[in-house]
Ligand binder design. Sequence first.
Ligand SMILES: Cc1ncc(COP(=O)(O)O)c(C=O)c1O
Length: 423
Amino acid sequence: MEVATQAPSHLSPVLARYFQRNWTHGEGHRLFDSDGKAYLDFSCGIAVTVLGHRHPHVTAAIHAQADRLLHTCNGLGYLEPVTALADALARVLPEPLDSVFLANSGTEAVEGALKLARRATGRPVIVAFSGAFHGRTYGSLSATTSNPNYQRGHEPLLPSVFISPFPDVYRLGEGDEDRATALALDALDRLLAEVGAESVAALLIEPVQGEGGYNPAPAAFLRAIRQRCDAGGMLLIADEVQCGYGRTGRMWGFESAGIVPDVVTLAKAMANGLPLGAIVSSRALQERWGMGAHGSTFGGNPVCCAAALAVLETIERDGLVANAAARGAELTAGLCALMARDERIGDVRGPGLMIGLELVRDRATREPDAELAAGVMARSADLGLLLLTCGTAHNVMRWIPPLDVTAAEVNEALGIFETALTG
Ligand SMILES: Cc1ncc(COP(=O)(O)O)c(C=O)c1O
């Protein structure tokens, strides 16, 4: 984070800000500050604006719906863009994920998924994974360990939430995927034996961990936990808030393992910037939740849903999942070439356009270099590229360009990043 240079305002100081700049407008893949300076926006408002800024199809859909109806609560009946969005999501998700509850944000989606899991199974325990970020409200926060500052002092948290080690290939596995998988599975099995699998409602996992450091869960691990869920009557909840929607070069993060979760949580990219989240499962599972068990005044706002329909249409029409895979391969190749020349890059990882680049003091010890990461982020911004850090040790540069990023923009960003790294 940059050191605050602005005079204190009436905005709460509790919110940490990556930059101390005033943002005025956006156009395509550029964000502009109040000095009129343009930045290539590879932050996407933290993995949200997957189609960039002022996308004509999304903006038109928003205007059209705003002219028709801004709000009535979904609890009052049916709204055309809401029903159409649920249909579209059911179409792009694998069977049997065809029943959609709409919320306003990622944390609400996770919160609702935990409630669904407990009530539908009649079991109390939720198992989440170390380094995860699921949100800031009490349920999702209880499963969030990406940064101790998030939970600290907010206790007591939700009871019966247990944390098992995430199969972090670079650190837990020391670079060996099989080792990370075996160690994490062993720990999970011990935990399940201790708490009793029959008391576990759900396993909650990000198929590619986001805030915790852009760590993909090995496919073998995802398949193994799917098996354990099937055997033990536990639900598998995939938190796709950050890794879903084409980000990984596939529509959904869990696809890489060839599994289908019982529940999927969505938000961020859904409406390219308007607040929207979703909990998706089979209809049979949501029926077990029971009518009236959950609700929301704003969830499924028709303007947000109209935008979300335009986002899905654009992703499909313009082949943006394939673009994410192709541009992601180019970006990864460029970053790996840089790693070959620069000892301070310890790891480059992640599928599609969800790439983590780990900065370390020493490749052998893997000691994180958060200071370098903060410096590179600040210098990149000065040079006109917005890149964010993440990771439990704040030393991972995360690469989350828009899904429709071009090869020229990937090259431009690589050039700026190299300059910022050497600067
Ligand atoms: C994987 C994941 N889940 C949940 C959330 C929470 O989403 P929100 O900030 O919209 O509440 C985030 C936010 O970064 C996330 O990355």
